[in-house]
Ligand binder design. Sequence first.
Ligand SMILES: Cc1ncc(COP(=O)(O)O)c(C=O)c1O
Length: 382
Amino acid sequence: MTGPKIKLLRLSKSIISNKEILAVKNILKKGFLGMGPEVEKFENILTRYFKREVVCFNSGTAALQVALQACGVGRNDEVLVPSITYVASYQAISATGARPVSCDIDLENMQFSLIDLKKRVSRKTKAIMPVHFSGSASQILKIYKFAKQNRLRVIEDAAHAFGTKVRGKKIGSFGDITCFSFDGIKNITSGEGGCLVTSDKKILSMAKDIRLLGIENETEKRYSGHRSWISDVKMQGWRYHMSDINASIGIEQFKRFSKLSKIRKDVCRSYDKKFKNHKYIKTFKRNYKEEVPHIYVVRIPQLNNRREFLRKELLKNGIQTGIHYYPNYKYTKFKASNFFFPNTEKIYKELLTLPLHPELKEKDIRYISKILKKLITKYIFR
Ligand SMILES: Cc1ncc(COP(=O)(O)O)c(C=O)c1O
């Protein structure tokens, strides 16, 4: 005999309405699924939003890799990147032939530790890749100041931060190059996809060619319903362009963005209230007036090797959780030679990500926080 089935509260979810379904249907019926008018339209919408030109890709990882390549980052170069991020940031750097150099993080906001960042700059450093962990970009102005002093390029990994502002200015509307992801669970999705935003005309032109196998001026051709049969190829390119199917989803999601982002903020505010002054569950201080949160991470000090047990117990109660992230310098491929990351080593076993998506209701948040508190006092800190 099995017990009653518990409804699963998912960690994250793609929020798709009939509008997105209809938009995809229309593209499928047209019989042209590649990169054409829908991608151009999505890029124009995003360009108006950021007030800077946008180039779309088939993933956020592709956007990061192409941004680095267009900056001339390659073999024998180093790129500074925080220890705690999705491995996509690291893979995008190593795909160019450059080496990702892990930097320790700031315990307050999970972004770069500025002290450690400064120590890890070398003659080989070409660029900095700040990661706006969970949707917060509170360090970015300091990083730009540092990058300017050291004549380094900045490629922002804003995969988590679509919609976030800093001092009233949207991430992506200022700075060097900003890359977003539109994968299935991001603040807005195009199914899979990503984009880069910049004012640098040379980067924009290179990025447009690189995403289409390096074929010169292929983007303009595709947007006018043609393609080049005889056109020069001068550099390494990749097949990284976005398709009209994905763009059609992105266009519909963008229309609903203010509603979706408000719910994300409300869910996080509600969690914050429920964990306020809790003895064992620590929340990160966030500014929801400016940030659109992508994930909700709590810190449970001294949780250590009991985290997997806790996650299993939460799952038995229908609560799916995640871990953002395992330190990248521990992966075989990215093992660091200078292994001194005191903040990362202190915090990484204490992190736990709770469900966050726009279909969560207040009663779900109440349930999740009640069960988490109960399990912690029952099993972890008896
Ligand atoms: C921090 C971070 N960077 C980059 C990416 C890559 O984006 P994509 O999955 O669209 O390639 C992700 C996606 O989850 C991410 O979380």
